[in-house]
Design a protein around this ligand. Structure first.
Ligand code: PGA
Length: 252
């Protein structure tokens, strides 16, 4: 049985004060949440110490939005996997489409980042998904398949490769208010699960494949009813505790 997972990607939002208040509200609102759904938040790096202080006695997990592929060294401005572990992170988002698009992150770099994360004991949330142009040109499944090669590289390099989360996030659905329909998402999720089967059968069975792209309280339930959708990576709606917890409740 895969435990559902709802993660909030805060992106580059929040002051210490607003981040702390959001964490407090999520703690309060999550009290009524059943154990069937795991929740996690992903604030900017600078707010991770707040998570360590405020979330340590709660069931809410947290992580970072990216990390360096290097374990340590002269890499000005970078943050390593072990630094994130030191702050109590369990997860790290890797390969988000905004980083692929604006920071030129390639599948090769993303694979290195996943290896660094796993080697330090972090669980990578590998983001994959096609652009509108790729979908319209029938390249959707081949792009997703290519992005999944990262998982095969991870398997070849790490013995502890079994614990990962995949986030299917069609680029055209992110921040646009235009979510994929449950059927559109399920089609790709089922494809991802069958592609994982070719890499490793246990991985295919165990891996949570979450959907991301304009998930809101009003569309979450229909998405979660799909067989291969195990939760969500939520952007905009995760900046409001009530919306975020309402989405998590839809997952129970
Ligand atoms: P969104 O973002 O929910 O605002 O569309 C999702 C994401 O980028 O992870």
């Amino acid at each position: 049985m895969r435990k559902s997972f709802v993660a909030g990607n805060w992106k580059m939002h929040g002051t210490q004060q607003s981040a702390s208040a959001l964490l407090s509200n999520i703690i309060t609102d999550s009290a009524s949440l059943k154990d069937a759904c795991e929740i996690a938040v992903f604030p900017p790096f600078v707010h991770l110490p707040l998570c360590q202080t405020q979330l340590s006695q709660t069931r809410i997990r947290y992580g970072a939005q990216t990390l360096s592929e290097h374990p340590d060294g002269a890499y000005t401005g970078e943050i390593s996997a072990s630094m994130l572990r030191d702050l109590g992170c369990r997860y790290v988002i890797i390969g988000h489409s905004e980083r692929r698009q604006y920071l030129n992150e390639t599948n090769a770099l993303i694979a290195k980042k996943c290896i660094s994360a796993v080697n330090a004991g972090l669980v990578p949330i590998l983001c994959i998904g096609e652009t509108l142009h790729e979908r319209e040109n029938a390249l959707m499944l081949s792009v997703v398949q290519e992005q999944l090669e990262v998982v095969a590289i991870l398997k070849d390099n790490c013995t502890a490769f079994h614990e990962i989360v995949i986030a299917y996030e069609p680029v055209w659905a992110i921040g646009t208010g235009l979510s994929a329909s449950p059927e559109q998402a399920q089609q790709v999720h089922a494809f991802i699960r069958s592609s994982l089967m070719e890499i490793d059968s246990v991985l295919s069975e165990q891996t949570r494949i979450v959907y991301g792209g304009s998930v809101k309280p009003n569309n979450a339930k229909a998405l979660f009813e799909m067989e291969d959708i195990d939760g969500a990576l939520v952007g905009g709606a995760s900046l409001d505790a009530k919306n975020f917890i309402t989405i998590a409740k839809a997952c129970e």
